[in-house]
Design a protein around this ligand. Structure first.
Ligand code: CA
Length: 224
């Protein structure tokens, strides 16, 4: 079943889309702002993202840019704006398609079908193997020495975000806001605790990590 993430602040519209998509065989998640949407996208296997350009906390185009930092998931933009530069900006940022409000359900469903066809199964949910452990993003599990590693949901969410940004610095701010939420943006000690736990569970030598690196004062980086 395809999972559609709807990022839309008009609650009634979001609710109507959710009900209709479920009636047409989709699983539908909804977020009312960009930060919640990014968090859900990092936490769940999502096949298609539908994002409104006018969100209360950030521009939809920024949501697209941030998603594209680590995900190739098909993105369909919703907007009441008619200016063609908005469409161009959204497409340049990495959106795949565009629906102008008001739109009919049939049109949205057609765009979703087209987006699913462009989305090979398993895309955006790879398996990453290191010399010491394996992370299966689709199955949401980590395996070390042939054994499943028991991770708490928070540990998993941090690991997934790092693995999806493999080789790149993920800032403390990004980790805190996407894993815990906007209110936790400054709680960097949480990260130190959880990263230490992940190293104990995954690294061969937790004191000299080979895969979960600290970039002092900035953030963390996963290297396979
Ligand atoms: Ca809106």
């Amino acid at each position: 079943m395809s999972v559609v993430l709807i990022i839309e602040d008009e609650a009634q519209l979001a609710r109507a889309m959710q009900i209709n998509l479920r009636a047409h065989g989709y699983q539908a998640l909804a977020a009312g702002c960009g930060a919640d949407g990014l968090k859900l996208a990092a936490q769940h296997r999502v096949d298609i993202v539908v994002v409104d350009l006018g969100l209360p906390d950030m521009d939809g185009v920024d949501v697209i840019r941030r998603l594209r930092g680590w995900s190739e998931v098909p993105i369909i933009v919703l907007s009441a704006r008619h200016a063609s530069e908005d469409k161009v900006e959204a497409l340049d940022a990495g959106a795949d398609d565009y629906v102008t409000k008001p739109f009919g359900l049939d049109e949205l469903l057609a765009r979703l079908r087209a987006a699913s066809r462009r989305s090979p199964a398993g895309r955006g949910a790879p398996t990453v193997e290191t010399a010491d452990f394996m992370v299966d993003l689709a199955a949401r599990k980590a395996v070390k020495d042939g054994q499943d590693v028991r991770l708490t949901p928070t540990e998993w969410n941090i690991l997934e975000l790092l693995v999806r940004n493999s080789g790149k610095l993920v800032s403390q701010h990004q980790l805190l806001t996407q894993v815990w939420g906007q209110a936790y943006a400054k709680e960097t000690q949480y990260l130190r605790v959880y990263i230490a736990q992940l190293r104990r569970k995954l690294e061969q030598d937790p004191a000299n990590p080979r895969h979960l690196h600290t970039e002092a004062g900035m953030g963390y980086r996963f290297d396979p």
